[in-house]
Design a protein around this ligand. Structure first.
Ligand code: 6GU
Length: 271
């Protein structure tokens, strides 16, 4: 995958040399290039912004400067990504989709944003997809941190970047639609806190059930919106009983009354 990031603060993207993303680059799995927008200015002062038409506070980034940069960087199979607090929410699903693409161009705005004609113009260009995306409901000073987030979230999904692909399976915001269960390692007791017995039991079935219960209860407590978005058929009778115990009985269609060996509300939910 090729990724171009354009910013007036290219040094902001220096962390992309480090850790997993840095390794993906040196391994040739990710061709990532960071560019200084001012390389496409034509005036002595290397101006990238001007005052907003219609008045108001702050400055707006000029479309002509962005246009020269993007004309140089976009090809006929490119996805132009514009970080902005008014964009669509960036999620794990967004990262999964982007990880299948061949060329991403991230245009980092500053000030009050980029002249709206830039998104409009490139959306009409054949072979170019334009997406405006937001990290969440708060305001950053510019798109650079969002570009870091996007590149890290996408790069770790590229084949070969994460050493053990199994670690992508059960994580939060994965296919299950639940937050991840809590994890523990040695020592078995620390600060008077013991690792839950079930994890030391060697009983794989009970461990899997306990982890799923923990994921369900955590999600109910911290992100009830994620539970509401679950397909009710993804919950078995034990899941539903666990959620009822947590004070969040799932709504949606009651599942078929199938044989649950532990009986209604039975089993080891509070292991
Ligand atoms: Cl993508 N950009 C800016 N400037 N602020 C944000 C954001 C993006 N996402 C949340 N806040």
């Amino acid at each position: 995958m090729r990724v171009d990031v354009v910013s007036i603060f290219p040094d902001y993207l220096a962390p992309l040399d480090l850790s997993l993303v840095g390794k993906a680059r040196t391994a040739g799995l990710l061709d990532l290039r960071v560019h200084d927008l001012r390389d496409w200015t034509t005036d002595r002062h290397r101006t990238v912004d001007d005052t907003p038409f219609g008045g108001g506070a702050g400055m707006v980034m000029r479309p002509d400067v962005w246009g020269r940069a993007l004309d140089d960087l976009l090809d006929d199979d490119s996805h132009l990504l514009l970080p902005t607090p008014s964009g669509d929410r960036f999620t794990q699903r967004t990262a999964e989709r982007l990880a299948t693409e061949t060329h991403l161009v991230v245009a980092c705005g500053r000030y009050e944003g980029i002249d709206a004609r830039v998104a409009a113009h490139y959306a009409t260009r054949p072979g170019v997809t334009v997406s405006e995306f937001s990290l969440g409901d708060y305001v950053l000073n510019g798109g650079e941190v969002a570009a870091l987030v996007l590149v890290e979230a996408v790069a770790r999904l590229l084949p070969g970047v994460v050493g053990n692909p199994e670690s992508l399976v059960e994580e939060s915001h994965g296919a299950a639609g639940l937050l991840e269960y809590p994890v523990y390692t040695k020592p078995p007791t620390w600060a008077d806190l013991a690792v839950p017995d079930v994890l030391l039991s060697g009983h794989h079935g009970r461990i899997a059930r306990w982890r799923r219960d923990q994921a369900l209860v955590r999600t109910a407590q911290r992100r009830p919106d994620l539970l509401d978005a679950l397909d009710p058929s993804a919950l078995d009778a034990h899941d539903r009983a666990t959620l009822a115990d947590a004070g969040r009985p799932p709504h949606g269609a009651e599942p078929q009354a199938t044989e649950d060996p532990s009986g209604p509300g039975g089993g080891s939910r509070e292991a």
